[in-house]
Design a protein around this ligand. Structure first.
Ligand code: NAD
Length: 319
């Protein structure tokens, strides 16, 4: 494990910041090279090596892999669901080209492992919405979802054809206090905590009864590393695994926050993201992840809300 040298591409995003910090704890600070197209995130500053790198620049990525003897890559750079709907062709280009390129580079450079995240956005309006199964009807309705599903098939293809050890998870909406959310349809479940503490009120861009699958970032990071650390024979899906922790609606989340901050008020002004959310599952069956490599979540809506409020109070210097 400690001989691994890891390259994180897209390390300054909502997941990248926390995943990089966690990987540095496991593999050693100097063995995890964080990269992004933007300047280093302040939380990464001083924690290990950093450089600017474009996920679309295959030549530069190959050079970095050779120079630093990289053995594993985590490709996190992407345009997310809501941003992708504003620039569909750009989202397709960035999401697909960066993946196809890293799949080729991984084979050429004989990487030990590649991680690339998928999303619940692969599911669409025709998918059964409750306890959505690992294998079911898949007709994604957003360009983001189309790119993720195509990406899953490409990952499986590279595994079958070239023996590439590529692994993936279908993340639900991720809730975190360290990095900022990057333009997804579930961002409300992060924004609501900031506004509850800062102004005591929040206007939600989804309707009150919109149930979506969600996960606290601590669980997502631990699960990601557990998947990557699992023996290869336990990884039975080389598409992405359904990956789940909790499901709730804005109304339910607001009620939990009100139980801790009684004066908190919520109102609703649904926008274009409502339509995206309407096409997604309400809850996810992740039995395959639990059975194959032992996934178990630790945070439910209450524990997550306590942790978010406590950490954000400190971050926003309200204590
Ligand atoms: P994010 O938007 O917060 O971060 C993405 C990062 O990639 C940003 O720091 C951005 O600067 C960087 N980036 C964009 N284009 C780049 C390029 N050309 N070269 C290098 N870096 C580039 O996204 P995130 O929430 O951290 O998501 C990471 C991955 O997880 C994505 O593949 C996303 O689709 C997936 N995912 C996220 C969620 C979620 O709720 N956050 C849910 C499902 C799947």
């Amino acid at each position: 494990m400690n001989n691994e040298k890891i390259l994180v591409i897209g390390a300054c995003g909502q997941i990248g910041v926390e995943l990089t910090l966690a990987l540095r704890k496991v593999y050693g600070d100097s063995n995890v090279l964080a990269t992004d197209i933007r300047d280093e995130h302040e939380l990464l500053n001083g924690t290990g090596p950093y450089m600017v790198l474009d996920a679309m620049d295959g030549h530069a990525i190959t050079e970095v892999i050779k120079k630093h003897s990289i053995t594993q890559v985590y490709l996190l750079a992407a345009l997310l669901s809501a941003t992708g709907e504003k620039a569909p062709k750009r989202a397709w280009d960035i999401n697909m080209q960066s993946l196809l390129q890293i799949l080729d580079i991984s084979v050429e450079q004989k990487l030990h492992k590649l991680y690339w995240p998928s999303s619940i956005a692969i599911f669409g309006a025709t998918t059964p919405k409750q306890n959505t199964a690992q294998k079911t009807i898949v007709e994604p309705g957003t360009v983001y979802g189309i790119s993720k599903y195509a990406g899953e098939l490409w990952c499986q293809y590279y595994h079958n054809r070239w023996g590439l050890d590529v692994r993936s998870l279908r993340y639900p909406g991720l809730i975190s206090w360290k990095g900022e959310p990057g333009g997804g349809t579930t961002d409300y479940a992060v924004d609501i905590f900031y506004e509850a503490l800062k102004s005591g009120k929040y206007t939600c861009f989804l309707q009150q009864d919109t149930y979506l699958p969600m996960m606290y970032m601590d669980d997502a990071i631990r699960g990601t590393i557990e998947l990557m650390e699992s023996p290869a024979e336990k990884i039975k899906s080389r598409m992405a695994y359904n990956f789940s922790a909790m499901s709730f609606s804005p109304k339910e989340l607001a009620a939990v926050i009100q139980s801790k901050i009684p004066e908190f008020e919520i109102s609703y002004a649904p926008d274009f993201r409502q339509q995206i959310a309407n096409g997604w599952p309400q809850s996810i069956d992740d039995a395959a992840a639990r059975n194959d490599w032992g996934w178990q979540h630790a945070f439910d809506i209450n524990k997550m809300s306590d942790s978010m409020l406590q950490n954000l109070k400190q971050k926003l210097q309200l204590v």
